[in-house]
Design a protein around this ligand. Structure first.
Ligand SMILES: [Fe+2]
Length: 260
């Protein structure tokens, strides 16, 4: 009986993937700019990612190359000009995707000063939200940075906590950040098992137990780290309802790039 139910679920999941989506999604975390980080090499690969995003049901994407950590040299101005260049190419090629500037910013004690110096990029360059990436290898309490940013009117979006070895099993460590309004960004591929069982389990746990959640692709290429939002949307719809899928994959991400 259980197997029959799962088979039906899979059939409807496959049917869903063939259908046009009822909503267009916004992806706030994507490594789609050429030659800036561990994302695409060359403009053709960058365009390939953009085409794959459109096919996946996305019409707005925040280009978020890494900043700080291993990528000290990427400045906010570099990102702005790379996004302008990519948008021009997309227009020429009639690819219907709007690219907005952003960054996947490694937490760093210099962050607030660097924001003031206009070196660090916020989501959609609006000064309202920032994607914060924690070091993978150890847990760091970022309460001070989250509070400093909040004082400046900037809300932290914690990228892929479900893939963090400590946070995946001890989410209570994030309570102070979440109570302070931080948003948890879960990776679409994590929900589908692309990053292993622990990330998958934690991802679904966050979706079902936390309020401030968005889902994003964290796409790096069109093979290993390709767009997976459509399939994640389908799985969320099946497991916890289409309204939640729309909230996590479309309406909340859109709010983040448009809030004034
Ligand atoms: Fe990323």
């Amino acid at each position: 009986m259980r197997r029959l139910f799962r088979t039906k679920q899979l059939q409807s999941s496959v049917e869903f993937l063939r259908k046009p989506l009822a909503v267009q999604m916004t992806d706030v975390h994507c490594h789609c700019l050429a030659n800036m980080d561990d994302g695409p090499v060359g403009m053709d690969s960058s365009i390939g990612i953009c085409q794959a995003l459109v096919a996946d049901g996305i019409n707005k994407v925040v280009a978020s190359p890494h900043q700080l950590g291993r990528y000290e040299n990427n400045t906010a101005d570099d990102i702005r000009s790379a996004v302008n260049h990519l948008n021009k190419k997309l227009k020429e090629l009639k690819i219907d995707l709007e690219v907005l500037p952003g960054a996947d910013v490694r937490v760093d004690e210099r962050l607030v000063q660097m924001l003031e110096d206009d070196l660090i990029m916020t989501v959609a360059d609006r000064g309202k939200y920032i994607l914060l990436e924690l070091p993978h290898e150890a847990f760091v309490d970022i309460s001070i940075i989250v509070n400093q940013l909040q004082d400046k009117g900037i809300t932290s979006v914690i990228t892929h906590p479900e893939r963090h070895l400590t946070l995946a099993t001890k989410p209570g460590l994030m309570d102070k950040w979440v109570e302070n309004g931080s948003i948890l960004q879960i990776t679409a591929g994590s929900l589908l098992g692309d990053f292993g069982e622990s990330a998958k389990k934690a991802g679904w746990f966050f979706l079902q137990n936390y309020e401030n959640i968005i889902v994003a692709g964290d796409v790096h290429d069109i093979r290993r780290r390709s767009p997976r939002m459509r399939e994640a949307f389908s799985e969320i719809s099946l497991r916890i309802g289409q309204n939640k899928a729309i909230e996590f994959c479309a309406s909340k991400p859109l709010e983040i790039i448009t809030e004034v």
